[in-house]
Design a protein. Structure first.
Length: 329
């Protein structure tokens, strides 16, 4: 479905010298700086996969997406997507991909969404019966039937993003690329979009590539995760495996009527967020936790125990800030 082989992309910028004298010098001789956005990356994706592309700012995610849709050409390497070279911008290729960018809209602000959809119908040369059937199907799933003739500027952010999704899949794309699709959305809208994307993926076997700073998107949708750091793929594999490898600690939440000391058997103890609640940090691979629990139950009046796992977002943040923690598969 998607194949990147030894892809490298670099670009040049000019270094601007300070002051008027520097500007004059630049007229005669300018210093070039070469930046490498992607450095010899390779990966393959099968049809029907949902893949999350993650990385800190400047990691190369936007460059990755631009290469996929054919906006830029790689400096080195070979890209093959659905049997096409994206940079050639073949109509056959472009008609088989969909793109949603959370910060850019393809809808016309002052017109109803239906007008944009009719325009896409002409662009993709969709027959009337097929278009009407597809449109009714999609607006019903996303609960937008009553909003189809409402000007885009009068729609809520969540409703606009749902119409963006409809516009991106109206032509049955084989590959759907999502760049921050839930940015700024409330939880209800986020979950509705998650449900819709999972449905499209399962019912139409659509391959989905998603980038997002909301880890809830990644947890809800993806099984495979690619982590880009400084233009290199540092991890490509199962999301659960990544969490198991890099989960450092859990928190044992103890509710008790007794006051606990600041330390027991080497475990740090701190006051919890609720009344009569205490938090004990436990290493994930600690094989003597039962001794601590036994000690607590024998020496204190314990009302309840609860394990609070390290949030996925915290694990990913730690990986981004210390990229020595991840290695490519």
């Amino acid at each position: 479905m998607i194949s990147f082989k030894n892809i490298r992309f670099s670009y040049k910028t000019f270094k601007k010298q300070v002051g008027i004298h520097g500007t004059i010098k630049d007229l005669f001789k300018r210093e070039h700086i070469t930046h490498t956005a992607l450095d010899n990356i390779s990966f393959e994706a099968e049809k029907g996969e949902i893949i999350a592309l993650l990385g800190p700012n400047g990691a190369g995610k936007t460059t990755f997406i631009k290469l996929l849709v054919g906006l830029i050409e790689p400096s080195d390497g070979v890209i093959n997507v659905i049997g096409f070279n994206p940079y050639k911008k073949s109509n056959k290729y472009l008609s088989q991909i969909g793109l949603v960018m959370g910060q850019k809209s393809q809808l016309t602000w002052d017109l109803p969404a239906i007008d944009t959809l009719y325009l896409l119908k002409s662009i993709y040369k969709i027959e009337n019966n097929d278009f009407n059937k597809r449109l009714n199907y999609l607006v019903n799933i996303l609960n937008l039937t009553e909003k189809i003739n409402t000007p885009v500027r009068k729609l809520s952010l969540g409703e606009r993003m749902k119409f963006e999704l409809i516009a991106s899949v109206i032509h049955y794309p084989k590959l759907l690329i999502l760049d921050e699709p839930t940015i700024g959305l409330d939880i209800e809208s986020q979950r509705a979009i998650h449900k819709f994307l999972i449905h499209i993926n399962k019912s139409e076997n659509t391959t989905i590539l998603i980038t997002s700073h909301y880890m809830s998107d990644i947890e809800a949708l993806a099984k495979r995760i690619i982590i880009l750091i400084k233009g290199n793929i540092k991890y490509d594999g199962d999301i659960k495996q990544l969490l198991n490898i890099h989960k450092q600690e859990n928190t044992l939440v103890v509710k008790t009527k007794s006051k606990l000391p600041s330390e027991i058997h080497g475990y740090r103890i701190k006051k919890g967020s609720a009344t009569n609640e205490w938090e004990i940090i436990l290493p994930v691979k600690d094989d003597v936790q039962y001794k601590l629990i036994s000690y607590l139950t024998n020496n204190f009046y314990i009302e309840s125990f609860n394990i609070k796992e390290t949030p996925f977002e915290d694990i990913i943040f730690n990986i981004f800030t210390d990229n020595n923690k991840v290695n490519s598969n």
